[in-house]
Write a protein that binds this ligand. Structure first.
Ligand code: NAD
Ligand code: UDP
Ligand code: UDP
Length: 323
């Protein structure tokens, strides 16, 4: 007889950075995992440890098209997360969030699956209240270069709540704040991967703007633990729930820390700030602490050490003597 605690779980965007870590965690927890990805920013190499596992299955599919499978739970992570990737084909980005949400929600409705949406702190836009609480409606430009991502994710949240109210779907919405760690794509343009790769190669560190803008960085293992706790929470917990590390740093501070930890000879080069770049961002995680008993445990310096080791290995060891 099938173990009743073993669930069949669909992870969309499972070949990406967060998705691959989530698939590993779910397999380690004893579940069956169907990983779906169109490999736009994800890669099979992120799943090497899982490909031979009989409880793991990989499906190439684009969630803007319907999908008919039988599962108990769905984590909807499919969507490019880095500005350079989501801005490369902005129409496809909106389609992925909106058409993709409709398809996975339709699927969840048919098979009565519980479903979690990977939403984002970007729903707050350039926030006017600080730190950001879930009750804040946000300050988003609907027509800017980040809008395909921000508004797509906002519309996905609307769809999740309407399927919940209209069809009694069991939904969970995680508002994810900046997360980093091994398996971020080295060229994906996000700040942590950019700075580490630049520092390891002793190249200029590209700080955009004056470096005074802030972000709060969460290590990937903490984030995945938050996803699983949210999925396992009572049906009455729909979210949205902020998941992130409240320790806030300026981009300048991050650059200096990475230079120090890598022992790099890189110097900081200031470049123009992209438009609509939020000035500050820090999650208020009171709700996650209260309802999920979740809080991040990995300090930035420790998470950066793990990430630096990963990128160092990926780049084939330092090209110069450092430290
Ligand atoms: P990622 O780019 O590494 O992963 C996204 C994955 O989705 C990739 O494997 C990509 O190939 C896949 N994908 C994209 N469009 C698809 C489509 N139409 N059909 C099927 N697959 C598709 O990014 P990530 O950092 O792992 O982000 C995962 C999710 O978490 C995203 O939804 C993102 O918006 C959200 N998120 C991430 C962060 C972060 O800091 N990492 C912050 C907020 C929200
Ligand atoms: N859908 C899917 N898999 C399913 C069920 C539905 O991909 O198992 C898609 C399908 O494309 C549908 C969408 O989800 O258009 C929304 O489904 P829903 O049942 O909510 O609406 P309808 O089928 O009436 O459009
Ligand atoms: N950033 C930077 N240099 C880089 C990449 C990013 O200074 O090489 C800045 C970017 O302008 C933003 C912050 O770092 O203020 C975080 O950028 P990221 O793209 O990682 O995430 P997001 O803006 O979506 O929070």
């Amino acid at each position: 007889m099938r173990d009743p605690t073993r669930k069949s779980v669909l992870v969309t965007g499972g070949a990406g950075f967060l998705g691959s870590h989530l698939c590993e965690r779910l397999i380690a927890d004893g579940h069956e995992v169907l990983c779906l990805d169109n490999f736009y920013t994800g890669d099979k190499s992120n799943l090497l440890a899982l490909l031979d596992n009989p409880r793991f299955e990989l499906l190439r599919h684009d969630i803007t098209f319907p999908l008919y499978v039988e599962v108990d739970e769905i984590y909807n992570l499919a969507c490019p997360a880095s500005p350079i990737h989501y801005q490369f084909d902005p129409v496809q980005t909106t389609k992925t969030s909106v058409h993709g949400a409709i398809n996975v929600l339709g699927l969840a409705k048919r098979v009565k699956a519980k479903i979690m949406q990977a939403s984002t702190s970007e729903v707050y836009g350039d926030p006017q209240i600080h730190p950001q609480v879930e009750t804040y409606f946000g300050h988003v430009n609907p027509i800017g270069i980040r809008s395909c991502y921000d508004e797509g994710k906002r519309c996905a949240e609307t769809l999740f709540f309407d399927y919940h109210r209209q069809h009694n779907l069991r939904i969970k919405i995680a508002r994810i704040f900046n997360t980093y760690g091994p398996r971020m794509h080295p060229n994906d343009g996000r700040v942590v991967s950019n700075f580490i790769v630049q520092a390891l190669q002793n190249q200029p560190i590209t700080v955009y703007g004056n470096g005074e803008q802030t972000r709060s960085f969460c290590y990937v293992d903490d984030m995945i633990d938050g996803f699983v706790r949210l999925m396992d929470s009572a049906d009455s917990i729909t979210g949205p729930i902020n998941l992130g590390n409240p320790s806030e740093f300026t981009i300048d501070e991050l650059a200096k820390l990475i230079v120090e930890l890598t022992g790099s000879t890189s110097t900081i080069h200031y470049q123009p700030l992209p438009s609509d770049d939020p000035t500050q961002r820090q999650p208020d995680i009171s709700r996650a602490i209260e309802v999920l008993d979740w809080r991040p445990t990995v300090a930035l310096v420790d998470g950066l050490r793990q990430s630096i080791a990963y990128f160092d290995d990926l780049l084939g060891g330092r090209q110069d003597t450092v430290g």
